[in-house]
Design a protein around this ligand. Sequence first.
Ligand code: ZN
Ligand code: ZN
Length: 340
Amino acid sequence: MRVARLYDYLDVRIEEEPMPRPGPRQALVRTRACGICSGDVVPWYIRKKAPLVFGHEPAGDVVDVGAEVRHLAPGARVFVHHHAPCGACRACRRGEFVQCATWRATNIVPGGMAEYFLVPETNLFGDTLVLPDAVGYDDGALVEPTACVVKSLTRAGQVADASVLIIGLGVMGQMHVLLARHLGARAVLGADLVAARCDWARQLGADTVFDATAGAVAAQVADATDGEGAEIVIVGPATVEALEVGLACVARGGTVVQFMGTPPDTHLTISTNDLYFREVRLVPSYSCGPVDTRQALEYIAQGVVTARHVVTHRFQLADAGEAYRTAAEDRSAIKTLVEF
Ligand SMILES: [Zn+2]
Ligand SMILES: [Zn+2]
């Protein structure tokens, strides 16, 4: 089978390798669509992992199952989460699934950018979801990123009736716009440096979008909120500067969500006096777990978030290198998918 292996930032090679065979409690899936994640194109993050068959947002068809698998049969159309928790450890019992050692250790084999991939037992039994007929493979490839947004807005607190500011309007920011709107936010505000992304967010229902090149975002947000700031602030860009902007924009009693990991050895200086007396929460939201993927698939099936809303570029596996470059460098790209 053919796979797309990532050797370094922008260095993707199509290679042949043997097809995996499922063990008794595993399954083999034929990939039909796989998204390129914002994390896949962060140089310091992927260099820790390279070389690897990248792509962890796959949807496809079950083509073979082991003898002990009863709940799924060949022909099932599925989303597979590349990480699944054990369900029994302390972290799992508290619902903190991404802190489970099993969650971190699990993976699909060899990865999503492969014509076929193996689903290990934990992933198969813990976080493989059958797609309803009306959900396309391209929509199915959005389950994992949508689930990250579900988790982020869950950790943000009550979205209904809140003013929500989304800093960074790449695909994850756009999905935050869609879900914040759906959850009844009073006002959805956005900010980005790229005009095309600002326009896209307006089309998806953002009320006010600030061009971050046109002066301080915090001043623009203050103007738009009677000087109060936004009650929920989602910080997409993986930088300390973006977190500082987020903290400058948040209202009293509000929450700032750190949505992306900053590089190792980065530090944020915070006024703890301000944090305390303004009662500002700074909440990280890393990836997602099985509760979030189920909720995400429900939203996708309801049409709240679909490929139609966010997928701007589609490629075949042979052109995975071009797909990667597009996701990394083409500022008109919202979501880039590889289809099989
Ligand atoms: Zn992802
Ligand atoms: Zn666990």
